[in-house]
Structures are given as C-alpha cells and as structure tokens.
Design a binder for this molecule. Sequence first.
Ligand code: SF4
Length: 333
Amino acid sequence: MSLADYPFSQEAAARVKEAGYSLEGLLEEPNQEPRLSRLVRRRAQDRVLGAVRGEIPEEKTHPLAELLSYPLARVMVSCLDDDLLSRRYALAEAKLASRKMAREDLASLILLAHDLDLHPQADQDCLRVPFSDYLKAAARMKSPGWKLVNRSLEAGWVSITGSELARLLEERARDRVARGLPLKVSQEVCEKLRPDLGQVEEELRAKRAEERVDLGEVTEEAFPPCIRGFLSQVAAGANLAHTSRFALTTFLLAVGMKVDEVVGIFNRSPDFDEEKTRYQVEHIAGRGGTAYRPPSCATMATYGNCPGMDSLCRWVNHPLSYYERKLKRGGGG
Ligand code: SF4
C-alpha cells in the first residue's frame, strides 16, 4: 500500500512534514524546485477541478507531488470559501480513495482503518468493529442494512464484511478531509494561487448554472415563502431536514411536477443518491398505494418549516391554497 494513495492519512501528513517542504516555499517565484512546484500546483488544481466535475482522476506519476498536492488542494478550496465546493471536495477525495481501496487486500484496509480511527479485528472468518466506531462511521448511511438493529452485535462488536469495511472507510475518509475546512489562509497565499483558481471558479459558476433548479411548466413565482426557502437551500447544495424534504416533495408533486423532475431537483446535494431519492419520491407520489398530501401551514409551523407570514400567508391555511390564490392573482404579481 502506498501512503500517497491516501494523502489524508496521519502517516501521509507525517511524511509530508518529514519531506520538509513549506507551502510558501512551493509557491515562491522563482522557485528552488520549479519542476516539483509545477507538478504539485497542477495536481492540486486537478483535485479541486475534479471535485467540481464530480471525479478526481487518478495519477501515479510522482508520489511526492501527489502527497504534497493534497494539502495545497485544501488551501485552494479554502481560498474559494464555498460551502458546496468544500463538501464536493471532501466527497470526491473519499471516492478517489474508495476506488483505490477496492484494489487493496484486507491487511492494508485494516492498516488504513486504524489510521482513520476505526479499529477492526479480523478473526479466522469474522471481521468486526467496535460498536462506537461503527456508529460514528455509519452515521450518514440511511439504508436499513446499516441500521444497528439489523446488524449482528456481540459484546460491543459489530460484524461486517470486507466490502462494508471499505465503505465505512470511505465515510471516515470524507470526514477526515472535511475536518477543518475552510482553513484559515492568508490573503497573500490566495493571491499567489489566483492563476490556479480562475478556472476552478469558472467551472464552479458553470456547474451552478447547469444545475440550477428547473421547474418546467410550474409557476415558481407563485410559490409560498416556505417552498421558495426549501428550493434555495437545495440550490445551495444543502441537505434538507426530513420534514422539509417531505413538504417540498409533496408540494411539487401536487402542483403537477413529474417524479423525474422532482428527483432532478434534489441532485444538487453533494451526496445525492438517485436510486434512493427516486424510491422516496415515487413512494410519496403514491407508488405504495397512498399519495401523500403536502402538510398544512399549522403542521409546517409545528416542525419549524414555516419561515413566517407574508401578506398572503395570513389568508391561507395551506401552502397549496397560497399557490392557487397567487396564480389567480396573476403569478408573481
Ligand atoms: S404560512 Fe403556510 S404557506 Fe405561508 S410560509 Fe408558512 S407554511 Fe408556507
């Protein structure tokens, strides 16, 4: 196993320290090591662009440049100070690591696990992790198979398979990369990185425009404040709370949007899982036999989903009534 494959590991950080290169030194012009400096900057930019595009490509040419490019990429992400980019970046690094983990043997995965604060034990035919480690690593996993009640738990240990270990490691890697982002970076350093950041900013802008929520035939201007609020959060790449997600989905379906269109709206989330989202939206739309109605204003208020009244809100008790009344008045007018 090569450490450069997992530059977020503590061992990799120690190796970077030992190598004795400072960020300032690498960014200096003229530079003592122009070739290395160029490689590191280019690979760091690759990592950040990969996060915007959805995948960081693998590169094996120069292990030291690969290692040094990781802290520099974190600095670049921090200079841009964009919440969506930071989350995309952590996810893209974790996915890159996951592709590499798929080629590792179990002994190497266990080694990496210890570095990532997961402490598996392998007996003859059983792999298990401490209960508390499992809970931490599986916290974001929502499918029933990961729920503790569905796992074999014995004396504080949870049994897992080798591929589940790799999946848990991907989650730990994502947390490790996200930790501390955005870093505090001086203006001077960000200025030196300006030439590398221009293309990232441009692609990030294009990505936002491409992913802008498209509501098709529906008259968005007539949406009530609660629904407009959810849509802006989704557009900013935030994960909505369960009750907000339910209210938004039921509302959009009720005003005539198709399942595909509603699923498309949620794809701004950095950990968007199309299959899971489609299943949930289809279920809400009535695939299981019951089509759900959007919650009333009173229920919205109970769950903290009503942002407050505008003048029309005072006359309605349901977000759909708001929409209908506003349409009658002439859309956004
Ligand atoms: S009063 Fe009703 S329609 Fe208006 S923002 Fe609150 S929940 Fe939405």
